[in-house]
Design a protein around this ligand. Structure first.
Ligand code: SAM
Length: 286
């Protein structure tokens, strides 16, 4: 008997692929911006893929979304207004909506088709679009922040990689406009690529350099995300002064009683302790 197997492959470099078995394809659609796919898989549950690159999987999305949301939320003393750029899958939005102190969240996603796909096929991530504090704006994040000044306590850039529609979200112009649109104690957190393989490592170095040239403080932190290239992933924490360790209040965050699957207040501190090869890459090895 012939048995056909379906496998998904993502090239992490010219010489390395990451692959997993696929049960079936739930969606394939080409939007105005990118090719959107949702796959059902035995190991990772449902997987969102944009232009052939894994964005998130039901199995490990909690790591990325915990770390992009709870780290800045545990540092800033009172986040009320949030701007989330990208993040159409809804995972970061879901984590933000757990904070009662947040008054408004503008989510600026360029591609309505990603939002619709997430609402239909990723019900564990797209849980919070109906929260009354959420305002979904379908627009380019770069253009959107140009018009804003002194508005936000927190900006989260949950973007695709620095090519295609996400490219503009890695530019100095964009970071400058984010700086201007943050309040005096504002924080920006962004996904920062992987330090391990050549091209992404170069992007990570460049991104850190650009952030440092715009913000008063820029630090890099890390997490282990199994389905991203090499599994070793970086995030950037930039601010107008708030320090992710000195201004971090573990007791205040623990008192909120939020249950998280990855983030905790020890991980918070540990995630800013970087291996030497990463410190060297980003020019911070003393
Ligand atoms: N966690 C993911 C990762 O790092 O692989 C990011 C996932 S999230 C789905 C990224 C989103 O950013 C996509 O839905 C994409 O449409 C959106 N995006 C890309 N460029 C954008 C832009 N210029 N403005 C707003 N959203 C953008």
């Amino acid at each position: 008997m012939n048995r056909y197997e379906l496998w998904f492959n993502e090239f992490h470099t010219e010489h390395v692929t990451f692959s997993f078995r696929v049960d079936r394809q739930l969606l394939q659609k080409t939007s105005d911006f990118q090719r959107i796919e949702i796959l059902e898989t035995p190991e990772f549950g449902r997987v969102l893929i944009l232009d052939g690159i894994i964005m998130c999987t039901e199995k490990d999305e909690f790591i990325y979304h915990d770390m992009i949301v709870h780290v800045p939320m545990a540092v800033h003393p009172e986040v009320k207004k949030v701007l989330l750029i990208g993040g159409g899958d809804g995972g970061a939005l879901r984590e933000l909506c757990r904070y009662e102190t947040i008054e408004s969240i503008e989510i600026v996603e360029i591609d309505l088709d990603v939002v619709n796909a997430a609402k239909e096929f990723l019900p564990t991530m797209a849980t919070s679009y109906d929260d009354p504090r959420v305002n979904l704006i379908i627009a380019d994040g770069l253009r959107y922040v140009r018009r804003k000044e002194n508005v936000y306590d927190l900006i989260i850039v949950d973007s695709t990689d620095p090519f295609g529609p996400g490219e503009s979200l890695f530019t100095k112009e964009f970071y400058g406009n984010c700086y201007k649109s943050l309040k005096d104690d504002g924080i920006l957190v962004n996904q920062h690529e992987s330090p391990f393989y050549g091209q992404e490592a170069r992007e990570a170095r460049l991104t850190h350099r650009r952030m440092k040239s715009v913000f008063d403080l820029s630090r890099v932190y890390q997490a282990h995300i199994p389905t991203y290239p090499s599994g070793h992933w970086l995030f950037g924490f930039s601010s107008k002064g708030l320090d992710p360790i000195k201004d971090f209040d573990a007791d205040r965050w623990n008192a909120l009683g939020l249950r998280t699957k990855y983030y905790n207040t020890d991980i918070h501190v540990g995630s800013f302790m970087l291996p030497n090869y990463v410190l060297e890459l980003i020019g911070e090895l003393s």
